[in-house]
Design a protein around this ligand. Sequence first.
Ligand code: ADP
Length: 260
Amino acid sequence: MPGTKDKALEIVDLKKRYPTGVEALRGVSITIEPGDFYGLLGPNGAGKSTLIHCTTGLAQPTGGSIKVFGHDAINDYGKARAAVGLAPQEVNLDQFLTCEETLDFHGGYFGMQKQDRKERTKELLEIFSLTSKARERTRALSGGMKRRLILARALMHRPRLLILDEPTAGVDIELRLELWHYVQKINAEGVTILLTTHYLEEADQLCGRIAFIANGEIAAQGTSEDLARRYDVVNLEDAYLALVGRRELSRSLVDDTLIA
Ligand code: ADP
């Protein structure tokens, strides 16, 4: 039974073999404590999306277990799913809905009552500086506004775990910093966060703990400093380069005289 000592996310020996025979996850175990800001880093094809899809019910694991705040993501899917907010990598808004409708429909999907949906929508539009756009269709929003609306939508049903799948992929530096500001605030307010990103400085800045995943296995986990120590290097970027077998690319080896 779920209780107060529950982990935010507890994944044990998770395995996923796709019908094609690809073993995307080969026994992954990670534990995320309530309130953590946790990073999941790894090269393309490592299994990050598969892990997120298994956690949010978009893919069926072939082994192991997943619990979200004590709710079994496989056998008690509804409760586990309600505890998770997902901000996907791609901008997947319905362009014919207004901002208000986008949030309201999402709340309805999660069984929120009408009055609650109305109040929560107002609150989130305010938090994400979208109040003046409430009745605009999403197609009329700027890129930054769309990203903010996706975050607001993920939070609409008050999930305790927010999964951010490469939230800043391909966005400009102002928007990246703006999104960092929002997600840090959300985390400070008590929401546990799981972030995947290819930007190591982003993980370094935001995440208290980080797991490296490669070939469907967790290679190492800990703080940024723990990971550097584990690979006998000085920072997270060099630890990551060691993970992917490219130590020779370390910035510490770049010859300054060639750049000058
Ligand atoms: P990442 O998100 O880290 O890039 P993925 O979880 O997308 O990694 O992919 C892990 C492995 O699983 C890759 O080899 C990928 O080709 C494979 N894979 C992902 N989705 C599917 C699918 N629907 N069917 C078959 N293979 C898949």
